[in-house]
Design a protein around this ligand. Structure first.
Ligand SMILES: [Zn+2]
Ligand SMILES: [Zn+2]
Length: 391
C-alpha cells in the first residue's frame, strides 16, 4: 500500500473528525464524548479496544499477522479552558472550552492512521497499540495508563505534536531536546505583621519576597552555563491585606523549565538555597513545596531521529524534513519515551500565508494538511520500526 496516497484519500474522513472534535471540545479528564467517538470509530474499523476503568483513556491494538514487537502510538484528546475567538465555521460550541493546542487534529490523525494500519494488518511484522490519552494539558495519564497494564508488552513508542510555528509541509524529528522538563513549586515566606507606621515592630514578608523573586532570576543568568537552557518564572504572588499593614505572609507560585535532565535536581537545590538564604537575610522563614506535577524533558535519541527523518523522507521527500527550535512547553509523552524508548515529532501546522496565533491562544488554528502528514507519519514510523526490529 502507498501510505501517502491512502492518507490523501482519508483526508475528508480525518477533516470531518477534526472539525467535529473542534466543535465539541472537552477539557482535561472530561473527554467523555471524544472518547466515545473514538470508540465508535475503532468499532467501525474492527479494531479491538478497551477503556481504562474510570477514565476516558482508550487503548486499542492492531495485531500484525506476522509475529514481532509492539509499538505504541499516542494521541492526546483534551481541549483547554479557553474561550474561542476565531471565526471558523466549525468553531467551538462549548462556552469556555476550545481545542487551542491541536489535540483535535492529533485524535483525528491517529484514527486515520489506525484505518491504514488496520488495512495493512497482513503486512505488519508485529503489533501496533494505540493510546487515545486523557488529560495531557494537565500532566496527562501516564501513571494511570502504566498501572492499568496498557503498556505491558510495548517495546517502543511514537508521538507527535502538530505545531503552528512550523509551516505545514514540514516535519521536524530532530535529535536532542524537543520539549522541556517542567516542575511547579510554591514558596511560603513568613514574617511578622505590624502597623505600616512601625516597621521595626514587624518583619515584612512582601519586601523579602520581592528580593527572592529578583534573586531567583540569577539562577539562569549566573549559575547556568550560557549554553544551558532553563528558566524560572514566578507567575503568582499573594500577599498582604491592606495598605497600612505590614504583610506577615507571602506565597509565591512558580515553575521551572529545563532541557537537560541533569539539571532537574540542581534546580531544586538552587531555588531552595537562594530563597531560604534571602529569607534569612530579611529575618523571614521560607518553606518550599515541590509539586512533582511536572514532566521530564523530551529528548530524541540519534537513532529515533534518524528513523523519523527517514520516514518523513520516504513519504514526502527530503524537502519535508524541517527544523524548529525545541519548545519550552512540557509534554507528558516524555514519561512514555523514558519508559519505553521512543520518538517525538513536530508536524507543521502553520499557515504559510498568514499570522499563526500561538498554541493556547484563543485564535489558534491548524492547517488541516497536517492531518494527512501526521497520519502518514504515524503509520510509516510504526511500519519502519516493526520491520527494523522484526524477529
Ligand atoms: Zn497545550
Ligand atoms: Zn498540546
Amino acid at each position: 500500500m502507498n501510505i501517502r496516497e491512502r492518507t490523501e484519500q482519508l483526508f475528508p474522513y480525518m477533516q470531518a473528525l477534526r472539525r467535529e472534535f473542534h466543535r465539541n471540545p472537552e477539557v482535561s479528564f472530561k473527554e467523555f464524548r471524544t472518547s466515545r467517538r473514538v470508540q465508535e470509530e475503532l468499532e467501525k474499523m474492527g479494531v479491538p479496544f478497551y477503556v481504562i476503568p474510570e477514565t476516558t483513556n482508550v487503548v486499542a491494538e492492531i495485531r500484525g499477522s506476522r509475529p514481532g514487537k509492539t509499538i505504541l502510538l499516542r494521541a492526546d484528546m483534551d481541549a483547554l479552558p479557553v474561550q474561542e475567538m476565531t471565526d471558523l465555521p466549525f468553531k467551538s460550541e462549548v462556552d469556555g472550552a476550545m481545542h487551542a493546542c491541536g489535540h483535535d487534529g492529533h485524535t483525528a490523525a491517529l484514527l486515520g492512521a489506525a484505518k491504514i494500519l488496520k488495512e495493512m494488518q497482513d503486512e505488519l511484522p508485529g503489533n501496533v497499540r494505540l493510546l487515545f490519552e486523557s488529560g495531557e494539558e494537565f500532566r496527562g495519564s501516564f501513571e494511570v495508563v502504566e498501572a492499568s497494564g496498557a503498556l505491558d508488552g510495548v517495546d517502543h513508542c511514537f508521538g507527535i505534536h502538530i505545531l503552528s510555528t512550523l509551516p505545514v509541509g514540514k516535519i521536524s524529528v530532530e535529535e536532542g531536546p524537543r520539549m522541556a522538563g517542567t516542575e511547579l513549586f510554591t514558596l511560603k515566606v513568613t514574617g511578622k505583621g505590624a502597623h505600616a507606621s512601625a516597621p521595626e515592630a514587624g518583619i515584612d514578608a512582601l519586601v523579602c519576597s520581592a528580593s527572592i523573586i529578583m534573586n531567583l532570576q540569577t539562577i539562569v543568568s549566573r549559575e547556568l552555563a550560557p549554553m544551558d537552557t532553563g528558566l524560572v518564572t514566578i507567575g503568582k504572588m499573594t500577599a498582604g491585606q491592606r495598605f497600612n499593614i505590614i504583610p506577615e505572609e507571602a506565597i509565591l507560585e512558580g515553575n521551572l523549565r529545563y532541557y537537560d535532565p541533569r539539571l532537574e535536581l540542581g534546580y531544586k537545590d538552587m531555588i531552595e538555597r537562594i530563597a531560604f538564604n534571602t529569607a534569612a537575610a530579611f529575618r523571614c522563614k521560607c518553606e518550599m513545596t515541590l509539586f512533582g506535577a511536572g514532566t521530564p524533558a523530551i529528548i530524541n535519541s540519534a537513532d529515533a531521529a534518524r528513523r523519523g527523518q527517514a520516514a518523513v523522507t520516504e513519504l514526502f521527500g527530503a524537502d519535508a524534513v524541517g527544523t524548529v527550535p525545541p519548545w519550552m512547553a512540557g509534554e507528558d509523552f516524555a514519561f512514555y519515551i523514558n519508559k519505553l524508548t521512543g520518538c517525538f515529532a513536530f508536524v507543521g501546522g502553520g499557515f504559510p500565508d498568514r499570522e499563526n496565533p500561538a498554541h493556547h491562544n484563543n485564535r489558534f488554528d491548524i492547517h488541516e494538511d497536517s492531518l494527512m502528514m501526521s497520519a502518514a507519519l504515524h503509520a510509516q514510523y510504526a511500519l519502519d520500526w516493526l520491520t527494523e526490529n522484526a524477529q
